[in-house]
Design a protein around this ligand. Structure first.
Ligand SMILES: NC(=O)c1ccc[n+]([C@@H]2O[C@H](COP(=O)([O-])OP(=O)(O)OC[C@H]3O[C@@H](n4cnc5c(N)ncnc54)[C@H](O)[C@@H]3O)[C@@H](O)[C@H]2O)c1
Length: 368
């Protein structure tokens, strides 16, 4: 049975995230950045990457594999490029500062590209292109992640779910933002099935013989032990395009590791040579493109908007009410959730209460 869900006002969740992070040593300005990325996820309806992930960061900081203070080191810099070492600090802080650097470079020279090593989980990739959009730019970002995805015809989890994310402004209120993993599903969604006490749909993951794996609790364990793998976008076979998701994932892995001498694939397992827990050493890549360097930004927006409108107005499958363009669902969710609040299910309620009580944040009287 699906766990009971309670709606909590957005401001309560925002303040709680910030207070929890500050309670475990994240400086106030950085906690504000993390809060802003996490709540953006909840507002967009991406429940896998919002406040639901707070306990993960909390535990990692307590376990000493993630640093609450972020030492954002510029290792190498030119007019249009930079290499950053995040020194295992807060991934959201590393992400926001890196994207801002790319935007600043693009503002001066048309393009800005920033490669990052030794970072941690930076949340929804879509947050960062939206920073570029606010500056009338195109934004792209990629990240690698703990290995969980098998290559086409493999069973071993080798690649992360490695999102490939692009965003640009249009002449509508809603931008075009395609923000998704290069696997059919991503680990956060499996954790979400777990919190909601649901099976994982068939076709998303395989066991070590290549058979479908749907037992969510076991899958989460098997993904860590190497006894299961998620499938790349396209699925298990070439007929359905498995090799395409696999290839895009490798591209993200290369951009997130090879340009900055960073760790990759099994180097991101989060264990040292003795088998002790260790930082994940994630890599990211950010690219900002200044539209005005190509053509007047209003013309770009009009063309991008026309492309989206023509797609949405095209002929539909009978019975299907609507064709979407990427970014629309999140844009619409934001409006609803700002008003209604953030859904918190039973297992997440337990997490929030555990952190609240441990930190003595007793001013938070949740409606559960
Ligand atoms: N930090 C990490 O390591 C990491 C790893 C994987 C995923 N993620 C994040 O998880 C989030 C969810 O990823 P996901 O793979 O589950 O995404 P998803 O499968 O839910 O797809 C979301 C994207 O598809 C678009 N979309 C949805 N329905 C559509 C439709 N009918 N027509 C057109 N576009 C449509 C959405 O607007 C959005 O851009 C993303 O924000 C991603 O960045 C993060």
């Amino acid at each position: 049975m699906a766990a009971q869900v309670v709606l909590v006002p957005v401001d309560t969740i925002k303040n709680f995230i910030k207070d929890v992070l500050m309670g475990i040593g994240v400086p106030a300005d950085d906690a504000e950045i993390c809060q802003s990325v996490l709540i953006a996820s909840d507002l967009k309806g991406i429940d896998s990457h919002g406040v639901g992930r707070l306990k993960m960061y909390y535990d990692r900081i307590k376990d000493g594999i993630q640093q609450p203070t972020t030492n954002f080191e510029i290792v190498k810099e030119t007019e249009t490029t930079a290499v950053i070492d995040g020194h295992h600090g807060m991934g959201h802080v590393v992400g926001v500062h890196s994207m801002q650097m790319a935007i600043d470079m693009a503002g001066k020279f048309g393009l800005g590209a920033v490669a990052v090593r030794n970072s941690t989980h930076y949340g929804i990739a879509g947050y960062y292109p939206e920073m570029a959009i606010e500056n009338n730019m195109i934004g792209l970002t990629f990240t690698n992640a703990r290995p969980s995805v098998a290559p086409t015809y493999g069973v071993e989890p080798m690649l992360g779910t490695n999102p490939l994310t692009f965003g640009c402004p249009t002449d509508e209120d809603c931008s075009f933002v395609i923000d998704c993993a290069t696997s059919i599903s991503q680990r956060g969604k499996i954790e979400l099935y777990d919190r909601a006490e649901k099976d994982t749909p068939e076709g998303v993951a395989i066991d070590d013989k290549g058979n479908p794996h749907t037992d969510t609790k076991k899958l989460l364990k098997d993904l860590v032990s190497g006894g299961a793998a998620l499938l790349p976008m396209g699925g298990a076979t070439e007929e359905l395009g498995s090799h395409k998701g696999y290839g895009w994932s490798v591209m993200a892995e290369i951009l997130c590791a090879a340009l900055q001498d960073g760790s990759y694939m099994k180097g991101l397992l989060g264990f040292d040579d003795e088998g002790n827990r260790a930082p994940y050493k994630l890599g990211h890549f950010f690219l900002a493109i200044n539209i005005e360097n190509f053509l007047p930004v209003e013309l770009f927006k009009k063309i991008a908007g026309n492309i989206c409108r023509e797609l949405r107005a095209s002929k539909r499958v009978e019975g299907e009410p609507r064709i979407y363009t990427a970014g629309e669902k999140e844009f619409e969710s934001e409006k609803v959730r700002m008003k209604d609040g953030i859904p918190i299910n039973k297992n997440l309620q337990k997490n929030l209460i555990a952190m609240r009580d441990e930190l003595g944040l007793l001013k938070y009287k949740f409606p559960f």
